[in-house]
Design a binder for this molecule. Structure first.
Ligand SMILES: [Zn+2]
Ligand SMILES: [Zn+2]
Length: 306
């Protein structure tokens, strides 16, 4: 009950988007393990003993891979939700320090790169955006789990496309150009009996396509921002923030960033506290005076935004 009160969606948009996420995820997983995999590797008397052993092995291999991706995605969502990036538990100084702003909503000093979220009603450290699919703000400490979520969800959706097409070709008795149209017009192709297979399989293939494109596009955008060391808002405002590629990755993803890609539940401590940042590293050499001027401009824009 306490968990629900803390992490429940705050707006109707959040409720709708979270509802889609929380429904599509288990349905997609169950569809893949209970229907697609057994249909693709049948265990009936039409097959020789050798084929049956091979089908059984492939079933187990796919079930394990699918379960691994499903558990990783659930862990990513849980960690995005429960990892606090807000200023709520921080002890902030009474007087703003140099480069800090003041949040008029929370009535406390706001560290650099902090923004107030009007949905969460809290100040968020290095705020990137409010994700309505999870109903949570993405900030300094949970951004890494959000990136992992996009990566794992895109991998799982692409896996879904490969498996669905494999099954469509298998049920269709071979490849045909009409099969390619299933991503865009699944119901129409089924109604016209152009692809004579179950409509749920066609819809699932279309959904897998949609999720792959959506997660892939978001991952590319966030990957580019990570390369530049920027949040979404900073990239829109063209505020330079990079401290060097490796520094950007370690600062956001933690020191064991390569390990949490394989298992998000492992720890990958971030070196910063979300409140203090070193000066950005220009790709071109700049004088100290110009550097100060850029830092002051950044602070002014942030204060204005708050
Ligand atoms: Zn605030
Ligand atoms: Zn928010």
């Amino acid at each position: 009950m306490e968990f629900w009160r803390e992490y429940r969606p705050r707006t109707s948009t959040d409720s709708l988007a979270m509802g889609i996420t929380m429904t599509a995820l288990p349905i997609g997983y169950l569809h893949a393990i209970l229907w697609v995999t057994p249909a693709l590797y049948p265990l009936d008397e039409r097959y020789s003993e050798e084929d049956l052993i091979s089908h059984q092995k492939w079933r187990i291999a796919h079930w394990l891979s699918m379960t691994y991706l499903f558990v990783s995605i659930v862990a990513d969502i849980y960690l995005v939700l429960t990892t606090d990036s807000t200023c709520k538990s921080l002890t902030l100084p009474d007087i703003p320090q140099s480069g800090w702003a003041h949040c008029p909503y929370c009535n406390h000093p706001a560290p650099p790169r902090t923004h107030h979220c009007r949905t969460c009603k809290k100040c968020v450290l290095r705020r990137d955006h409010h994700c309505f699919f999870i109903g949570r703000c993405i900030g300094y400490f949970n951004h890494k789990y959000f990136l992992l979520l996009l990566l794992h969800a895109m991998t799982a959706s692409f896996y879904g496309i490969v498996m669905s097409y494999k099954l469509l070709v298998f049920l269709n008795g071979g490849f045909s150009l009409a099969l390619l149209g299933t991503a865009v017009f699944p119901i129409l192709l089924w109604m016209l009996q152009i692809v004579p297979v179950h409509p749920i399989l066609l819809i699932a293939t279309g959904c897998a396509m949609l999720f792959t494109v959506m997660c892939g596009g978001l991952l590319a955008m966030h990957g580019w921002n990570l390369y530049n060391g920027q949040t979404y808002w900073e990239s829109q405002q063209k505020l330079p923030q990079t401290r060097g590629l490796l520094h950007n990755i370690v600062d956001l993803m933690g020191t064991r960033w390569w390990l949490i890609i394989l298992c998000p539940l492992l720890s990958s401590p971030q070196p910063g506290d979300g409140m203090h940042y070193s000066s950005y590293k220009s790709k071109k050499p700049v004088s100290t005076r110009n550097q100060d001027s850029v830092n002051n401009k950044t602070a002014r824009k942030m204060a204005k935004e708050l």
